[in-house]
Design a protein around this ligand. Sequence first.
Ligand code: DOR
Ligand code: ZN
Length: 334
Amino acid sequence: MDLICIRRPDDFHLHLRRGSVMRAVLPFTEQAFARALIMPNTTPTEIRTAVDAAVYRGEMKEHCRRGFTPLMTIKLLDRTTPHEIIACKSAGVIAGKVYPQGVTTNSDNGPVDMHVLYPVFAEMERVGMVLCLHGEDPKAFCMDRESVFLAQLCEIARSFPKLKIVLEHVTTLQAVGVVKELPDTVAATITAHHLYLTLDDVIGAKLHPHNFCMPIAKRPEDRDALRRAVLSGNPKFFLGTDSAPHTRETKECAEGCAGVFTAPMVIPLLTSFFEEFEALEMFERFTSESGARFYGLPLNEEKIRLIRQPFHIPEVIEGIVPYLAGKTLNWRIE
Ligand code: DOR
Ligand code: ZN
């Protein structure tokens, strides 16, 4: 088989940034995806109100191709009000994202205690907005941050039984197990790079800053649990690339930023992944169906075609070193 045709994918976790970086990276996502859930942790100003989201959507719309739909989110802070949730719902914002304080890029003003946000969660449950969680407890040891957070996930799911919750970019065997056990209101995104990376690829021999992201890649058995979750076709697990561009200088330095830039090759890479594990029949479900179904969005009608042809990944793209820089993949988007 040298040609694969799938429903156009959706990316349920994407960092686009703003300004010149946004203009540089947006074409890669538009080439492969119909829609993307746009993360709100932007600088210098972040997205925390309905008005911010409308302005940010306008910035994207000015540059994106017709037919591409940015799905908007806001960042939930201690000061976010239930009233703001109502405004967001009317403005078409579909999700609120929680970054616990200090857990990752631009999260210094995140909540320390999730309970402060419970009135906001209650309003999101009422109006039908999805809660996206960066599921790490920043107080825990870095390899344990996700597993320690799982108790909080369970408490939120129990307290708000109708609230749809996405545990973002899961990286552990434990998280996969807990998400599977929780009711169908709880799902998880999985990135393409976490299907490949372990901590060895970050610090195992030499320091590889371009494989460094949050949550950090874990043990081989964790990566294998992510692979099994994806290959099983369980609809609770769907694609959120977490493609997170940082310039080369801000990654290759003393205090390098967390984030892996995968937008340019993520769909060709996933084609190889499903082919390698002889599960191509699960490809479309993971990239183009399960996420849309969870979010209650219509499935994309348009298709994309992958052809078996060498696809060389440049060393640098617009000042950003992409994932697998300099490598060649077997598939490309036609
Ligand atoms: O590695 C990451 N980079 N993880 C996140 O949660 C945020 C992201 C970013 O914004 O760069
Ligand atoms: Zn992210």
